[in-house]
Design a protein around this ligand. Structure first.
Ligand code: CA
Ligand code: CA
Ligand code: CA
Length: 512
């Protein structure tokens, strides 16, 4: 008996050593490629107030996110972007009164640490909004300095008159003086605090407005220098951290130069072009227009990481702006476009089930005690489960014809399943997930638009895929095309369908 146990232990030890050696000396090619591309993720943008409620008060909270990480894991996303989570007086959180306190509706700092830790266990990173262009006019820095020119915080703002600070935005937001060394020190502290907790990225809210105060027209260079310094500060703490600038503009030239300062900038132009093509407009120019943005970015950083998206919380939802005929097919195609482009794509919560949402101009809604503007672009996520669905915003019927998550989870042909499928494909093919290779398919025309994506790693890995989208409602037959494998779809494409082929990377010239 003793001998048997000894042999058993020796076998165990041997197996342990072999497996330990394996991971140490021979990591899989997949692991090497992932390590090489630490800043590439698939993001999911969350408005915490609308995501999931954990304590029955009808308001979404951080524990609601933590308790539903399984849903996000099953969807396949690898990172979350949380819209502002700090204490503030507005429902959306973009005016902060305390950078070190969690919005009381959302929970506590312990809840946030717990969310980061639980997400980390599932290999999901956390990016948060960094709102530093302005604070709330109720922030103690402002209230203590507004009527006191000797306040130690007087220098934190730019004063237009003795008690009026410069504001880029209406609604109780006052711009910080980003030239003040003390303000920069405060921002460094905020970055330290959250990166210490395990936050891996920041979305730089309103980056375009950093140095836009009246006497300073043409502020871009100052913005760039300031952001580059912030990014260097972050990289000192974590070289794989991710900084993305929000420069809300439809013109690529307005944000391309931010790629030399931050890791990325949101590709608003590409988002407009995706919507246009999905609406049947300028289809023949779709892929080349997208490619043009990459050429612009690469002038500022050859290793740029694009941040493509369909829509965000400041815009009407994609399901509301696309033509309503064949809507589900168009939305599925939108998902397959977003998830086959280079960069770190972002899915806006609810997009994966086709939720609708639009802006109103100050209407009054029964059961809501303020004039309504952007609220219905950020409405409660439809779980189909009253235990977690939030109720802070009255239902006005905008989403009456949208199937909730619980219904879509049980329908193999749902939009939600289409998102899961294409995300899984993106993660399985490095040519789709990594690198910036994007060349136009030589068969592009008024109906179909395609591109080749390719990724190689040393001499040991080289992969290429051809992605073709059919933007028309009619079927389209792909003929005379060599390929190694059909990854998705069929050569006989239905209307609004996508075909993804694995092709020989040595023969890319035949396709572009
Ligand atoms: Ca709650
Ligand atoms: Ca609050
Ligand atoms: Ca500003």
């Amino acid at each position: 008996m003793k001998q048997k146990i000894t042999i058993f232990i020796i076998i165990c030890l041997t197996l342990f050593m072999i497996s330990a050696c394996d991971t140490k000396e021979d990591p899989s090619i997949e692991a090497l490629i992932k390590a090489e591309n630490e800043k590439n993720d698939i993001y999911y943008e969350i408005f915490v107030r609308s995501f999931a409620d954990s304590d029955g008060d009808g308001i979404g909270d951080l524990n609601g996110v933590t308790e539903n990480l399984d849903y996000l894991d099953a969807l396949g996303v690898t990172a979350l972007w949380l819209m502002p989570i700090n204490e503030g007086p507005t429902y959306h959180g973009y005016s902060v009164t305390d950078y070190y306190a969690i919005e009381e509706d959302y929970g506590t700092m312990e809840d946030f640490q717990n969310l980061i830790d639980e997400a980390y266990k599932k290999d999901i990173k956390i990016m948060i909004d960094l709102v530093i262009n302005h604070t709330s006019d109720q922030h103690p820095w402002y209230t203590s300095s507004q009527y006191d020119e000797d306040s130690p915080y007087r220098d934190y703002y730019t004063w237009k008159a003795s008690s009026t600070a410069y504001s880029s935005f209406v609604g109780g937001m006052v711009d910080l003086n980003l030239k003040s060394e003390k303000v920069i020190e405060e921002i460094h502290h905020i970055i330290d605090f959250y990166m210490d907790m395990g936050v891996t990225g920041f979305r730089l809210d309103a980056a375009k407005h950093f140095f836009d105060y009246a006497e300073n027209n043409g502020s871009t260079i100052e913005n760039i220098i300031f952001i580059a310094e912030l990014n260097a500060y972050m990289k000192n703490i974590n070289e794989n951290s991710f900084l993305v600038s929000e420069v809300y503009d439809s013109y690529v030239d307005m944000y391309a130069n931010y790629f030399q300062a931050s890791d990325s900038a949101f590709n608003f132009y590409a988002s407009d072009k995706i919507v246009e093509a999905l609406s049947g407009l300028s289809i023949s120019r779709f892929a080349s227009r997208i490619q043009n943005t990459y050429e612009d970015f690469s002038e500022f950083n050859s290793d740029f990481i694009d941040t493509p998206f369909l829509k965000n919380h400041d815009q009407d939802r994609i399901a509301s702006v696309l033509p309503q005929n064949d809507l589900e097919e168009r939305l599925k195609l939108a998902a397959r476009i977003l998830l086959t482009l280079p960069g770190s794509p972002i899915i806006y919560y609810g997009e994966e089930i086709g939720m609708k949402g639009i802006r109103y101009e100050g209407i009054s809604v029964d059961g809501y005690d303020a004039p309504v503007y952007d609220e219905y672009r950020r409405s409660p996520l439809l779980w189909g489960n009253s235990d977690i669905e939030t109720t802070w915003l009255p239902d006005i019927g905008l989403n009456n014809d949208v199937d909730n998550i619980s219904i879509q989870q049980n329908n193999d042909s749902s939009l939600l399943k289409a998102y899961q499928e294409i995300i899984e494909i993106r993660k399985s093919y490095p040519a789709l997930m990594y690198g910036n290779y994007f060349e136009l398919f030589n068969g592009n025309n008024n109906n179909i638009q395609g591109y080749v994506r390719q990724y190689s790693y040393g001499d040991s890995f080289n992969e290429a895929v051809l992605v073709i989208h059919n933007f028309s409602s009619s079927s389209y037959e792909i003929t005379d095309l060599a390929y190694e494998e059909i990854i998705y779809g069929s050569l006989a494409m239905d209307g609004y369908d996508t075909l993804i082929l694995k092709i020989n990377p040595e023969l890319i010239g035949d396709y572009i």
